[in-house]
Design a protein around this ligand. Structure first.
Ligand SMILES: Cc1cc2nc3c(=O)[nH]c(=O)nc-3n(C[C@H](O)[C@H](O)[C@H](O)COP(=O)(O)O)c2cc1C
Length: 198
C-alpha cells in the first residue's frame, strides 16, 4: 500500500491551508492510500530555531518520509512566500529526502496576487530535495473558505474539484501505487498534466 506524508506548514490552529491538506488526505484515503500527518506542533520550536539536526521529532519525520512514496505540503502565503516555520522544518531534512517520491504543494493566501508563490518559492525547495515528480499544486484564497459553526472551514466546490485533480495527479506519479485505485484513462490524463517530471 502506498503511503503519503502530509505536512501542514501553518502555525495557526484553525487553518485554511491545513483544511486543504486534510481534504487531500481524505481523498487519498478514498483511493486506498495510507497517510501520515505532521504539523508544526509536532516539532519543538527550540529544535527548529536552533536547527537541531538530531532532534527526535525531526528524526521521526525523516524516517516517515523515507518510508513513504509521496509528500503533500500545505502552507499559508506569508510575505509572498511560504511560512518561515515550514522552511525551518524543510531545512532540517537530508539533501535527498524526496528522492524517488512524488510531491504536491497546496497553498492559501489572502488574495490571488500571490498565486505563483508556490511555483517560485516552494517548488524549488522540493526540487532541491530531489523530488522525482512535482505535480501541479492548488492555490486557494481566503474567500474560497466558509467558516462553519463548529469552527472548522469548508472549502468551495471549485477548489474541491481542483484538489481532486491534484490528488489524482499525485497518485499517478507515486513510484509504488500498489493498491491505490486510479482508472487507466484518468491515469494517462494525470500523467500528461504533471508539471515537472525529473
Ligand atoms: C504574517 C502573515 C503574512 C501574510 N502574507 C500574505 C501575503 O504576502 N500574501 C497573501 O496573499 N496573503 C498573506 N497572508 C494571508 C494568509 O496567507 C492567508 O490568510 C492564509 O489563508 C492563511 O492560511 P492558514 O489559515 O492556513 O494559516 C499573510 C498572513 C499573515 C498572518
Amino acid at each position: 500500500m502506498s503511503t503519503v506524508v502530509l505536512l501542514a506548514g501553518s502555525p495557526s490552529q484553525r487553518s485554511r491551508s491545513t483544511t486543504l491538506l486534510q481534504r487531500a488526505g481524505a481523498l487519498l484515503a478514498g483511493h486506498g492510500a495510507r497517510t501520515q500527518a505532521f504539523s508544526l506542533a509536532d516539532f519543538p520550536s527550540d529544535d527548529l530555531l536552533h536547527a537541531r539536526w538530531d532532534s527526535p521529532a525531526i528524526r521521526r519525520f525523516i524516517d516517515a518520509l523515507a518510508a513513504a512514496d509521496g509528500l503533500i505540503v500545505a502552507t499559508p502565503v506569508y510575505k509572498a512566500a511560504y511560512s518561515g516555520a515550514l522552511k525551518a522544518v524543510l531545512d532540517l531534512l537530508p539533501e535527498r529526502a524526496l528522492e524517488q517520491k512524488a510531491a504536491l504543494a497546496l497553498a492559501t493566501g489572502g488574495s490571488p496576487g500571490h498565486l505563483l508563490a508556490v511555483d517560485y518559492a516552494l517548488q524549488p525547495v522540493l526540487s532541491a530535495l530531489k523530488a522525482r515528480h512535482i505535480v501541479g499544486g492548488v492555490y486557494a484564497t481566503d474567500r474560497d473558505f466558509t467558516l462553519q459553526e463548529d469552527g472548522s472551514y469548508q472549502v468551495g466546490e471549485d477548489i474541491d474539484a481542483r484538489l481532486h485533480h491534484a490528488v489524482g495527479r499525485l497518485i499517478a506519479h507515486l513510484p509504488n501505487p500498489g493498491s491505490v485505485e486510479l482508472h487507466p484513462e484518468a491515469l494517462s490524463r494525470q500523467v500528461a498534466a504533471a508539471r515537472i517530471s525529473i
